[in-house]
Ligand binder design. Structure first.
Ligand SMILES: C[S@@+](CC[C@H](N)C(=O)[O-])C[C@H]1O[C@@H](n2cnc3c(N)ncnc32)[C@H](O)[C@@H]1O
Length: 344
């Protein structure tokens, strides 16, 4: 029973007792004044009511006083328990000494300083790299008939992958190379094919501005006849029942099956596992044995893409190349050999 209900019932008891006393007294008075008019039963009931009221009022008063005492005891026990809990918490909480506080502040300051140093050293390394690259390019431009290469930092493939691609093209002499994501890599592949004296690159590029920039680089390097930059905006494609964003290849026409694929687009920012659709979207032009090189294996998304392809038997002979950005090289399996496109 709640405190309020208990108080109400004790108050009610007092009032009922008082009422009984009043009625009893009234009946007794009537009985005394008009003894003939009242029956013995009525006088007995009046006496009983009077007795009940007289007994109930002091009992209710005592009960009410006891209840109040009990309530104040409960409240003081609660306050003591709260005080005890607060004391326990204060005692068990580790108290930081001034020395420990100083060490903590020092560690925080050192961490912030290390972060700044890390950012600065990355900026300096990139700047030094750029200057070295430019110096090599300058020697090439001024003291040979060759062209200096475009820059290889940030968005572009790293030089270790560029060298690997140049060697791969020299060794395997592909006739058709397709890459997703154009840029410096397009120039490298086109130049490598030019040295072989055969082959063509088709670069799929979703961004019109970058498509034009890559096309201009090819012209500047005298390689426009070795490569085609195809502007393919990103559209919704269905891959394994899932809608993803990938290059619009509905108007793409390739002259033959693909020998070598460089997968370096679309950018990760366009969606999770953005490069996964490549095998199904270009399926008609893939043959058993087509070599696929996937950049950016240092990212979890690319690792998951390759694991998925392997699990579904789409690729075999997966090799992880220990390059700066992480690279995986693999071959398309027999199972996934594409059906010839209608225009072949
Ligand atoms: C990983 S990049 C492809 C780079 C290309 N394979 C190369 O080696 O230069 C993927 C996409 O990023 C975009 N991109 C290229 N250069 C960029 C830049 N400097 N800033 C922002 N986006 C860029 C292009 O749309 C490109 O297709």
């Amino acid at each position: 029973m709640g405190r309020r209900r208990r108080a109400i019932s004790s108050r009610l008891l007092i009032r009922l007792g008082a009422l009984c006393v009043a009625i009893g007294l009234a009946c007794l008075a009537i009985g005394a004044l008009a003894p003939m008019a009242t029956s013995t039963r009525v006088r007995l009931v009046a006496a009983a009511l009077f007795a009940l009221g007289v007994a109930a009022v002091p009992a209710a008063i005592v009960a009410r006083r006891n209840l109040r005492q009990l309530q104040s005891s409960v409240a003081s026990v609660g306050a003591s328990a709260r005080a005890a809990a607060a004391t326990t918490a204060a005692v068990t909480r580790p108290v930081e000494t001034p020395f420990e506080a100083e060490v903590r502040a020092d560690v925080k300051a050192l961490r912030a300083r290390l972060d700044r140093l890390d950012r600065n050293s990355t900026q300096r390394r990139d700047a030094l790299y750029r200057q070295t690259e430019s110096l090599i390019g300058l020697y090439v431009e001024l003291y040979s008939d060759a062209h200096s290469l475009p820059h290889f930092r940030k968005w572009a493939i790293a030089p270790d992958l560029a060298l690997h691609l140049a060697q791969l093209v020299r060794r395997t002499a592909p006739d058709l190379v397709v890459e997703t994501g154009s840029g410096s890599s397009t120039v490298v592949l086109a130049r490598a094919l030019e040295r072989n004296g055969r082959g063509h690159v088709v670069a799929l590029e979703h961004n019109e501005q970058f498509a034009r920039a890559t096309q201009q680089m090819l012209v500047d390097h005298g390689l426009a006849h070795r490569a085609t930059v195809q502007h393919c905006p990103l559209v919704d494609v269905e891959v394994d029942g899932e809608v993803m964003s990938w290059y619009d290849v509905s108007a793409l026409s390739l002259p033959r099956m693909i020998d070598l694929m460089l997968v370096d687009g679309p950018p990760a920012a366009t969606g999770p596992q953005a490069r996964r659709p490549v095998l199904s979207a270009l399926g008609p032009w893939l043959r058993a044995g087509t070599t696929v090189v996937l950049d950016d294996m240092s990212r979890a998304d690319e690792v998951a893409i390759v694991e998925g392809w392997v699990a579904r038997g789409l690729v075999t002979d997966v090799e992880r190349l220990p390059f700066e950005k992480g690279v995986a090289q693999m071959v398309v399996s027999d199972v996934h050999a594409g059906t010839p496109p209608p225009d072949r």
